[in-house]
Ligand binder design. Structure first.
Ligand code: TYD
Length: 146
């Protein structure tokens, strides 16, 4: 299956009331995996590009809980999609082995990232040409099996 077809936006239910908003994200319920780690990115200038990597094991859900940013995702086969993250009610699910770049951060952007793994720098692919060669190697293996 193409990794881009596994990407999807997730709408979270607002449990707020007249006191304000409240959004709950439970692992395996509101998102497709158990949450092992959270981190959040803020204070990035609008010309900064973050991410620029793929992960062998980690899946992510990204939520701009404040402000806006964009995420460009690539499948290494010439296809790319850009998602605008601009609502605390909306997340984007990114499967493993997808190339991602986060950019165009607003000044008030707080980008919350949920993932299914503990941090392991070894599972990061930070070199785009290495990513392409891994994707192409897998393609060749697939066509060899077919
Ligand atoms: P990096 O992966 O470059 O961030 P981004 O993908 O958002 O641009 O991580 C920046 C630094 O933080 C780097 O030294 C690794 C460290 N880091 C951790 O220690 N644990 C983590 O869970 C993450 C995401 C990063």
């Amino acid at each position: 299956m193409n990794v881009l077809s596994m990407v999807r936006t997730l709408e979270f239910i607002d449990k707020g009331d007249d006191r304000g908003h409240l959004i709950v994200v439970e692992g395996k319920k509101d998102i497709p995996f158990d949450i092992k780690r959270i981190f959040y990115i803020f204070g990035s200038d609008s010309d900064v590009i973050r991410g620029q990597h793929a992960n062998r094991e980690s899946e992510f859900v990204l939520i701009n809980v404040s402000g806006k940013s964009k995420v460009r995702i690539k499948d290494g086969k010439g296809n790319e999609i850009i998602y605008a993250l601009n609502r605390p009610h909306t997340g984007i699910y990114l499967p493993k082995m997808i190339w991602k770049e986060m950019y165009d951060f607003s000044e008030d952007s707080v980008l919350l990232c949920l993932t299914n793994t503990e941090y392991n720098p070894q599972e990061y692919i930070r070199d785009y040409s290495e990513y392409l060669s891994i994707i192409n190697m897998n393609n060749k293996e697939c066509s060899a099996i077919l």
